[in-house]
Write a new protein. Structure first.
Length: 69
């Protein structure tokens, strides 16, 4: 499994656990919903670390906890 797949799966798991979706996450992370959608649906195979970290901020987790289960 590639790193991007791990990131996508973990973001989806965390959204499910928090009963939230892409749009509320984008609002919390202060990024356009399209940025998250591109990561989750494979349009962005190489998202920059800053974008991933902003998503972590929106989920109120650390970057390290994104990759741990």
């Amino acid at each position: 499994m590639q790193t991007i797949d791990v990131i996508k799966n973990r973001i989806m798991q965390l959204c499910d656990a928090r009963n939230t979706s892409i749009t509320p996450l984008a609002t919390l992370a202060a990024v356009p919903p399209s940025s998250i959608t591109k990561i989750l649906y494979g349009k962005s195979q190489n998202p920059i670390l800053t974008t991933i970290n902003i998503n972590c901020d929106g989920l109120d987790i650390t970057l390290g906890s994104l990759c741990s289960t």
